[in-house]
Write a protein that binds this ligand. Structure first.
Ligand code: SAH
Length: 346
């Protein structure tokens, strides 16, 4: 089987190339073609000898991530992409333009096995993990298609990144490597449903990426109802892992809380949430839930969401309501792939 060359960290590629008897500078050239010039094949790597290009082609492959569909918001320029992978699996990514730069939201798995109640990605279950290269190449293809430089990457699309831990780590290392796109680690955010032991492992990596925890309930009981993963790692265990992440990295954790009308958006919920976060140096991001066709969760009114936010703000918590991007091209998070999976007869 050919090796997935874009998934190799710089040092790994260097070792491979050198042990094949090539000069060390070749590794730098090849890495540059893959991760700076964003090549799709070996034949265009014109500063390599033809024999080396052919050898690379025999032993390695650049896994395809091919655009299947693109939607562009007329409101704010947000782009949604559907990409096809080598085996026909589909993943979704989103491109957003902000004042401070361009941001891409990528998927880490095809499907997901975490089963959160309100999430469209959970419906078909997990198909498979993405390789580091398939995560990277979502960013690369978007940068090529839009012609704009991506400065922020969030791993908040389909999938649970910490359920694909080793590939996710390779992805972060390659994305932020000085020989590659060299995106600042501080501009990378990973969102997790709360796999506590993996959060602790990630803390040990001493990366400078931002950790976002999907909280969605302020008590173990509430959270369990929305997120099956809470049965395995309960709220106190997950919060203590997040505290550990902050202690070891100095990076303030973001808590994400999808507001679902009548489920977790009451004043009592706000009080519980306040108790949980008041003493933590963190940021709280409220996300009015995106209705998913297959589920009957309702988004709270704007007024309700603002009241909820104000209550928390009064107790000194750093809180924002997530600005909705690309609402005209939405079907909720995960819906683009969902629609495809359906028409595919699954
Ligand atoms: N598995 C990771 C990342 C993917 S989901 C995680 O759980 O964090 C990214 C964020 O979107 C999570 O906070 C998730 O709970 C939230 N989300 C999923 N479906 C949603 C919906 N229908 N409305 C609002 N937020 C949603």
């Amino acid at each position: 089987m050919k090796k997935d060359i874009c998934a190799l960290r710089y040092e790994e590629l260097k070792n491979d190339i050198e042990s094949a008897g090539e000069k060390p500078f070749r590794a730098k050239q090849i890495y540059g073609w893959l991760h700076v010039r964003l090549a799709d094949d070996f034949s265009g790597m014109t500063n390599l000898p033809k024999s080396l290009r052919e050898k690379l082609d025999r032993e390695y492959e650049i896994l395809p991530v091919t655009m299947e569909e693109r939607q562009i918001s007329k409101l704010d320029g947000t782009n949604k992409f559907l990409f096809r992978l080598w085996d026909g699996n589909m993943v979704e990514s989103v491109f957003m333009r902000y004042k401070h730069g361009c941001s891409v939201c990528i998927s880490s798995q095809a499907g997901c096995r975490m089963g959160c109640a309100f999430c469209a990605s959970a419906i078909g279950g997990l198909k498979r993990n993405l390789s580091a290269s398939e995560m990277l190449r979502q960013v690369y293809q978007i940068q090529k298609i839009t012609g704009e430089r991506v400065s922020n990457v969030v791993v908040m699309g389909t999938g649970e990144p910490l359920d694909n831990y080793e590939n996710f780590l390779d992805f972060v290392h390659i994305l932020t490597d000085e020989h590659g796109l060299h995106i600042s680690q501080r501009n990378v955010t990973v969102s997790t449903c709360g796999i506590a032991p993996k959060i602790r492992e990630l803390a040990e990596e001493k990366l400078q990426i931002t950790l976002a925890l999907s909280l969605h309930g302020a008590t173990q009981e509430k959270r369990r109802r929305l997120m099956p993963v809470a049965d395995k790692y309960d709220l106190s265990e997950v919060l203590s892992a997040c505290d550990d992440y902050f202690k070891k990295t100095g990076r303030r954790v973001t808590f994400e809380y999808s507001l679902v009308h009548g489920v977790n958006d009451t004043q009592e919920d706000a009080r519980e949430l306040e108790k949980l976060l008041r003493h933590r140096n963190c940021h709280l991001n409220l996300i009015p839930v995106n209705p998913v066709k297959e589920r009957d969760f309702v988004r709270p009114s704007r007024e309700n969401a603002v009241n909820f936010k104000n209550k928390l703000e009064k107790s000194g918590i750093n809180v924002t309501i997530r600005r909705e991007m690309g609402s005209d091209i939405d079907g909720a998070c995960g819906q683009l792939r969902r629609r495809y999976v359906e028409t595919d007869g699954e």
